[in-house]
Design a protein around this ligand. Structure first.
Ligand code: IPE
Ligand code: IPE
Ligand code: MG
Length: 307
C-alpha cells in the first residue's frame, strides 16, 4: 500500500453538464466521491491522502461558482469533521488559507484543531493551492536563510540540498506521493505538487471516483505494489513483499462477506483486490462469497458507481 496517494478530483462540471445541471450541483455530487475515496483509502491503510480541492488558478472561474465552492467547503468540513474524527482521521490543509472567506478558513482550522491528535490517516486538503506559488515560497525561505547566515558571518553561497529546499514546502513533513490519480480522463498535473511528484506513478481514470476507477484501469497493481520509485536507477524489485492482511485493515463490514480464504491464499494482489471490491460492494471474481458476479465493470449495477 502506498504511504501517500495524491488525488486530483476532476470532472464535476462535465458530470453536471451531462445531466443539464448547474456546475455547483456537480461539485455537491463530487463530495460523495470524495467521501468514498477517504473511506476506501483509510480502510486500506494509506497514511496520507491529499485531495486537490481548489487551485490558485480556480479563482478565475465565474464568481458564482467560486462563492458556491467556498460555501460548500465550509459546510462539508463542518458536517464531516465529527465522522472523520471518529474514524481517527487527521485533517490538515496545504495552500494559502489567508485568501479564503473567513467561514471557510475557520471550518478548515477547526477541523485541524479537532483532529490533530488523531493517529490514523492524514487527510490533506489542498485548498487555494498552487505548486509554483509553493516553490516560490520555498525559494524565498532559502534566500531568507542565506541572508541570516551572511549576517552571522557564515557563507550564504553554501550549496543547498534538495532536502533543505523541501523544508520550505507545505509538505515538509509529508512523504512524497507514490501515486497521483486524476479522475475524468485528463492527463495534466494542473500545478499540483510539481516538486513532490517527480517520481510518482500517474494514473488517469475515466471515472469520478479514484478507488473504483483505479481498479477498472489497473487492477490493484498500483495500490498493492506500486513500483518502488527507481529515481532513474535500474531496479529488479517487482512486488511488495511485506503486506499486512487486508483483513486487519479493511474495517468495513462488507469486507467480511468478501474476503474468503480463497482470496487470502492467492497472495497480496488477490487480497487487496477483494478488499477493494468489497469496499465498493462489487464482485472480486475470486471467491464465491460476493455477488454480483460478472460482468464486473460494464454492468448497470457497477455503472452506478461511475460518473
Ligand atoms: C474539479 O472539477 C473540481 C474543482 C476544480 C473544484 P471541475 O469543476 O474542474 O470539472 P470539469 O473539469 O469542468 O468537468
Ligand atoms: C485542477 O482542476 C484543480 C482541482 C481539481 C481542484 P482544473 O479543472 O481546475 O484544472 P484544468 O484547468 O483543467 O487544468
Ligand atoms: Mg476540471
Amino acid at each position: 500500500i502506498p504511504e501517500h496517494v495524491a488525488v486530483i478530483m476532476d470532472g464535476n462540471g462535465r458530470w453536471a453538464k451531462k445531466r443539464a445541471l448547474n456546475r455547483l450541483k456537480g461539485h455537491k455530487a463530487g463530495i460523495e466521491a470524495v467521501r468514498e475515496t477517504i473511506r476506501c483509502a483509510s480502510d486500506l491503510g494509506v497514511r496520507y491522502l491529499t485531495i486537490y480541492s481548489f487551485s490558485t488558478e480556480n479563482w478565475k472561474r465565474p464568481q458564482e461558482e467560486v462563492v458556491g465552492l467556498m460555501d460548500l467547503f465550509a459546510k462539508t468540513m463542518l458536517a464531516e469533521v465529527d465522522g472523520l474524527h471518529e474514524e481517527n482521521v487527521r485533517v490538515r490543509t496545504i495552500g494559502d488559507l489567508s485568501a479564503l472567506p473567513a467561514e471557510t478558513r475557520e471550518a478548515f482550522e477547526e477541523a485541524w484543531l479537532k483532529t490533530r491528535g488523531n493517529t490514523g490517516m492524514t487527510l490533506v486538503v489542498a485548498v487555494n493551492y498552487g505548486s509554483r506559488q509553493e516553490i516560490l515560497h520555498a525559494a524565498e525561505a532559502c534566500v531568507r536563510r542565506a541572508l541570516a547566515t551572511a549576517a552571522e558571518g557564515g557563507d550564504p553561497t553554501a550549496p543547498l540540498t534538495e532536502a533543505e529546499f523541501a523544508q520550505g514546502l507545505y509538505t515538509a513533513d509529508i512523504p512524497d506521493p507514490e501515486v497521483v490519480i486524476r479522475t475524468s480522463g485528463e492527463m495534466r498535473l494542473s500545478n499540483y505538487l510539481l516538486w513532490q511528484v517527480a517520481y510518482s506513478e500517474f494514473v488517469s481514470t475515466m471515472s469520478r471516483s479514484p478507488c473504483y476507477a483505479s481498479l477498472q484501469a489497473n487492477g490493484p497493481r498500483w495500490l498493492c505494489c506500486p513500483p518502488p520509485p527507481r529515481y532513474a536507477r535500474v531496479s529488479s524489485t517487482t512486488c511488495c513483499a511485506p503486506m499486512r492482511s487486508c483483513q486487519t485493515r479493511c474495517s468495513a463490514s462488507w469486507r467480511r462477506r468478501c474476503i474468503r480464504s480463497a482470496c487470502i491464499s492467492s497472495g497480496c494482489r488477490a487480497r487487496l483486490w477483494s478488499a477493494l471490491c468489497c469496499c465498493w460492494r462489487l464482485s472480486c471474481g475470486m471467491c464465491s462469497g460476493c455477488a454480483p458476479v460478472s460482468p464486473m465493470w460494464a454492468s448497470a449495477s457497477s455503472a452506478r458507481r461511475i460518473a
